[in-house]
Design a binder for this molecule. Structure first.
Ligand code: ADP
Ligand code: MG
Length: 530
């Protein structure tokens, strides 16, 4: 492996390093390598990078290192396009800062403003919010930015698309001019460049470019699962997969350890591979995997880099990879040297969009498959058992056992004897079906027909949206048949649309922040009007 930068090279405090380690980050992503040192030195930065490149930690780490913990005033403000992102960013920053005494608060529309005002009075130091609501607080004077030292515009082009550009300027004008400013955007349209020129001070630029991607020609499928049933789903897939050697990818070291423990507890021969292992341990694991005494290798991207093992039949993405490059690298571990392989991705609802982005960027097709049912697993087990029995008969050497059977044969049916013997030997446990635990977000009471969920979308007649556009949009983005779309009501500035409950999560996560007629869409479960 070449000498990659590690988090230790950034001169970070012990507390932050400890937290990053706990989060399971093995090494900084390219944007982190480039931008963290600049930010730590106090430079303004313009960063161009796609989703999933690790931008949150890029600004989160320097913010937490640079702010003054004793000063109980808002020192950092992060603007994000949506409330969902504001919450995500707040969660990640809390994790990075968990061993430091820093108060963070997400502020977004839709939440009680009184509660936000109360929280703000408690000396919050890092605020993450959507521009509209932040401006609202500034006007009410419930948010003061006179002590602000760092300002982040996260996903600036998305904020532009959502019509926030004027709000952002108004907010910037309320901040001290000597602040450090950071702007992230996947694209750099004129208006963003103009904003950067006006409000950033001698900024350094960083860009994370995309390599050309070639996807290996192997079968690619995905299964939709809920977060809590992931392990059960994986086991079920493994049970019917007839896998030779399988590599399962997890995003973090912690994820690797947890999955290995879970698989071993369920009787699978699995071992983990990640950056915390010594070279000796690593070699030992790899040897076992190469000579097939371990059939499942669970690994992080970094640990599996450059790994070349013959006869890997299955690659699993236990988490949807962060970016298309990583997807392509991962699945390239199978189907080597002209052998066939299959790549299987587990997708939880909030990852649909990421999966679609990967499909588009890598210009590949990942087919959806239904999870194997218990009946499928049982059928498969029947076949396996039969095969083992036949092998033993062929082998002979049954003398001792034959005597037992011969003693029983006068009183009992032969088939019963054989069946009971198998039951005793195998003690097959046909476990409970994986229960559907209901959606992760609440779709209760959206005012839809029974069995349907009603969504609110921020596009309407003024965007020249027609019902057939909505149907096509949902079908294409979410990968569902258009005819499942129910009642559509289009108003001037917004639209209500209903879809069946069992597709609601998938539809919402897929179409949210996608583009229809050149407009970025924001989707939320509708609220019933009182
Ligand atoms: P972006 O804002 O660029 O879309 P995020 O900051 O949301 O990306 O990061 C995407 C995911 O990658 C998150 O789950 C985050 O915890 C994880 N992540 C970030 N940096 C690293 C790293 N250095 N190693 C492993 N995972 C990381
Ligand atoms: Mg982000």
């Amino acid at each position: 492996m070449n000498s990659v930068t590690s988090f230790d090279d950034f001169n970070l405090s012990k507390k932050i390093l400890h937290a990053i380690k706990e989060m399971g980050f093995e090494e900084p992503t390219p944007i982190q390598v480039q931008a963290i040192p600049m930010l730590m030195e106090g430079h303004d930065v313009i960063g161009q990078a796609q989703t999933g490149t690790g931008k949150t930690a890029t600004f989160g780490i320097p913010i937490l290192e640079r702010l003054n913990p004793r000063l109980r005033a808002v020192q950092a403000l992060i603007l994000t396009p949506t409330r969902e992102l504001a919450i995500q960013v707040a969660e990640e920053i809390s994790k990075i800062g968990r061993f430091k005494d820093v108060k963070t608060l997400p502020i977004y529309g839709g939440q009680s403003i009184d509660r936000q005002i109360r929280s703000l009075k408690f000396g919050v130091q890092v605020v993450i919010g959507t521009p509209g609501r932040i401006l609202d607080h500034l006007r009410r004077k419930t948010l003061k930015l006179d002590k602000l030292s760092m300002m982040v515009l996260d996903e600036a082009d998305e904020m532009l698309d959502m019509g926030f550009i004027d709000d952002i300027e108004l907010i910037l004008q309320e901040t001290p001019p000597e602040r450090q400013t950071l702007l992230f955007s996947a694209t750099m349209p004129m208006q963003i460049q103009r904003l950067a020129k006006k409000y950033l001070n001698n900024p350094q630029s960083v860009t994370v470019s995309k390599d050309e991607l070639t996807v290996p020609l192997i079968e690619q499928v995905f299964y939709e699962v809920r977060e809590r049933q992931k392990l059960d789903a994986l086991c079920r897939i493994l049970d019917v997969a007839e896998a030779g050697l399988a590599i399962i990818f997890c995003r973090t070291k912690r994820g690797v350890d947890e999955l290995v423990a879970g698989l071993q507890a369920r009787g699978y021969q699995a071992e983990g591979l990640h950056g915390d292992l010594s070279q000796h341990q690593r070699n030992r694991v790899m040897k076992k995997f190469r000579d097939s005494s371990v059939e499942i290798l669970v690994a992080t991207d970094v640990a599996a880099r450059g790994l070349d093992v013959e006869n890997v039949t299955h690659v699993f993405n236990y988490d949807v990879p962060q970016d298309p490059e990583s997807y392509v690298h991962r699945i390239g571990r199978t189907g080597r040297a002209g052998k066939t392989g299959i790549a299987i991705t587990l997708v939880v609802p909030r990852e649909y969009r990421q999966l679609r982005l990967i499909e588009k960027a890598a210009q590949t097709r990942i087919k959806r498959k239904p999870l194997p049912s218990l009946a499928d697993v049982a059928e498969h087990q029947r076949e396996m058992v039969a095969e083992r029995v036949v092998n033993l008969i062929d082998e002979g050497k049954l003398g001792f056992y034959r005597t037992i059977v011969e003693n029983l044969i006068d009183d009992y049916d032969t088939v019963d004897i054989a069946a009971a013997a198998l039951k005793m030997a195998l003690d097959l446990q046909l476990d409970e079906d994986i229960s559907d635990e209901g959606p992760d977000v609440s779709f209760a009471d959206t005012g839809a027909e029974p069995g349907m969920v009603r969504f609110f979308m921020n596009v309407g007649r003024q965007d020249e949206i027609k019902p057939q556009d909505i149907v096509k949009f949902i079908a294409e983005e979410a990968g569902v048949p258009g005819n499942i779309v129910g009642l559509i009501k289009i108003y001037d500035r917004f639209t209500f649309v209903e879809v069946p409950e069992n597709t609601a999560e998938q539809v919402m996560y897929s179409i949210n922040r996608s583009v229809i007629k050149g407009r970025k869409v924001n989707v939320e479960p509708a609220r019933r009007r009182k």
